[in-house]
Design a protein around this ligand. Structure first.
Ligand SMILES: [Zn+2]
Length: 212
């Protein structure tokens, strides 16, 4: 079975998630933006074997700790899609600009694309490319537990910002409508910030995409 624990990290309270296969206890870390000691302590308390870093996108609060964690624990960095290369290259500047500890650039072990899948233990998650907030943004869908890790695509009652370089509002709306809604109204999403919600609830009441 697939299980997960969400740990808000950094001054931006970014929802880093540990996801693991309960049989093998192999785990992936989604979006280790920072506060690595807290993430590692949680993994140890749960008896998890860290196997990979998965990234939804390369903003500092999501990817700021990825390079350091990959190096210290010899983990592959998987994702995002290569449209976020310029954000990865800019991580040192992003960390200085937002007052984060110095962040390292890195080269992902594997870029992700729409329709790919990622594996942890005996569990598989499906990758969808959801550009708009950033051009290389991806989400990780776990239909076996009706969950999707959406980064900064969709929030409870809101959507991702599109006023950054290469952000695109129309593209973001299309990502939500064409990629997320088909996952089903009962699917619960884990956003990059704030509380979980269901796709069905947002489709009804979200002021930006309600009724789409
Ligand atoms: Zn972001």
């Amino acid at each position: 079975m697939l299980e997960y624990l969400t740990i808000p990290v950094t001054a931006f309270q970014q929802n880093c998630s540990l996801v693991w296969c309960s049989e093998s206890r192999d785990a992936a870390v989604i979006d280790p933006g920072g506060d690595l000691p807290r993430i590692l302590a949680a993994a140890e308390r749960l008896g998890l074997n860290l196997r990979a870093i998965w990234l939804t996108h390369a903003h500092i609060d999501h990817a700021g700790g990825a390079g350091e964690l990959a190096q210290s624990h010899a983990l592959p960095i998987i994702g995002p899609q290569e449209g976020d290369q310029f954000w990865i290259d800019g991580l040192p500047q992003q960390s200085a600009m937002f007052g984060f500890p110095p962040a390292q650039r890195f080269t992902p072990t594997r870029w992700l694309h729409d329709g790919d899948s990622v594996q942890i233990g005996r569990e598989t998650l499906h990758v969808r490319h959801c550009p708009g907030h950033t051009p290389g943004h991806v989400v990780f869908h776990a239909p076996q537990i009706e969950r999707v890790f959406v980064g900064d695509v969709l929030f409870a009652g809101s959507i991702g910002r599109t006023d950054f370089p290469q952000g695109n509002h129309e593209q973001l709306i299309a990502s939500i409508v064409e990629k997320l809604w088909p996952m089903g109204e009962n699917t619960v999403f884990i956003p990059g910030h704030g509380p979980e919600s269901s796709l069905g609830r947002e489709r009804l009441s979200n002021p930006y995409v309600g009724g789409t």
